[in-house]
Structures are given as structure tokens and as C-alpha cells.
Design a protein around this ligand. Sequence first.
Ligand SMILES: CC(C)(COP(=O)(O)OP(=O)(O)OC[C@H]1O[C@@H](n2cnc3c(N)ncnc32)[C@H](O)[C@@H]1OP(=O)(O)O)[C@@H](O)C(=O)NCCC(=O)NCCS
Length: 184
Amino acid sequence: MTKKFVRYIPDRPVDAVPVVGLKIEEATCDDLAAVADLIAQRERNDRESHLQHLTVQIAEGADSCQIFIARLEQELVAYARISRHQYPDLPVGWYLTGLVIAPDQQRRGIGRAVTEHRIHWLRSRSVFGKIDQLYYFASSRNDASRDLHSHFGFTEIERNISVPGCTFEDGIGILYSLPLNGRH
Ligand SMILES: CC(C)(COP(=O)(O)OP(=O)(O)OC[C@H]1O[C@@H](n2cnc3c(N)ncnc32)[C@H](O)[C@@H]1OP(=O)(O)O)[C@@H](O)C(=O)NCCC(=O)NCCS
């Protein structure tokens, strides 16, 4: 397993404490430095390029990208995005992207809660009726993420995909979709 992916443990650890009091919010510009730190900690690189990227994304507005954060007490414990993309050779549409949970808060149900929240957010948008599929991609090496998304009904539709800026860390890229059709 590469450094970016958590160790795959199929059964929830018996000592995992379910999260209570989680607040999921739309990120503001004031949150972006902390989000960049969280991503840089995961990627083990510098926060500045993440901060620049997030600043561009938040400026695009919710018609193309919404950034969410989750807090416990005042601490930022997770971030994720839902964005409309036009990647070359991939379906145009809404994608779940960027999910990162703080290492000391993982396996408490936060990733699942943030993913559910993003799907509900999309459902609340006026464009929802025109959206047939929600997309998500992951490295074949990221079993934890793939399991998380499979609980929501995402199924594989294409292998060996290329996404600008994604290396898939020694694995291959896999595209998944979730038919919406008024569900969720
Ligand atoms: C993958 C990640 C987002 C999961 O978030 P999380 O808050 O720890 O996950 P949850 O507690 O909500 O778990 C939901 C389900 O996901 C799966 N899962 C999560 N972590 C897992 C792990 N380490 N091993 C196996 N399955 C895992 C399980 O099916 C789990 O359900 P269960 O606990 O009832 O068995 C988190 O580990 C993370 O931030 N990893 C690094 C960044 C990353 O890989 N992001 C995904 C990019 S596509």
C-alpha cells in the first residue's frame, strides 16, 4: 500500500468510537488554509499549491464546485468536494472528489457522513432533476475508499481512466457511477 492510502481493514475495529456532534458545513475562504494543511498532511507535500487550487475552486461558485468541511468542536476533521467536471474522455457531470479525513478521526463514520451530505446537497439543487448519474473515481489501490463508496451504490463503469493531475499512485484509475433517478 502506498503512503497516501489507509491500511485496508475490512471489519470496523472493535475500539472505533462512532462520531457524535459532527458539523458539516460549506467551506468559506477563511477555512481554506486549514483545508490546505489537511490535504498537505495526507499528500506529504507543501500546502501552498493546495491553497491556490482551493482558492480558485471556491471562486468558481456552487454551480461548478462546492467545498465542504466537517468540524468536531472547533477542530477541522474532514474536507470533501462535489464538482462539475468536463474531463477529457470522461463523462461530463458531477463528481465526488477530494475526500480526506484527519488521520486521528478515521473509521468513525465521518467519511460516510460527509459523502451522504454531498449527495443530499446535490439533491437539493435545482439542477438535480436533470442529473442521471453521479461520478466518482479512485485508484485501484484505495480499497478503503472504494468500499466506502460501494455502500452508496456506486458501481464500476470504466478502468484505466486518465484524470489530469491524478497519478493513482501505482494503481489504475477506476471510474464509478451512481444512478440517481430520484434515489437518495
Ligand atoms: C478513505 C477515508 C476517506 C475513509 O474515511 P473514514 O471516515 O475513515 O470512513 P468511515 O468511518 O466513514 O467508513 C465508512 C466505510 O468505509 C470503509 N472503510 C473506511 N476505512 C476503511 C479501512 N481503513 N479499511 C477498510 N474499509 C474502510 C468501510 O466499509 C467503512 O464501513 P465500516 O466502518 O462500517 O466497516 C479515509 O481513510 C481517508 O481520508 N483516507 C485518505 C484519503 C483518501 O484515500 N480519500 C479518498 C480519495 S478517493
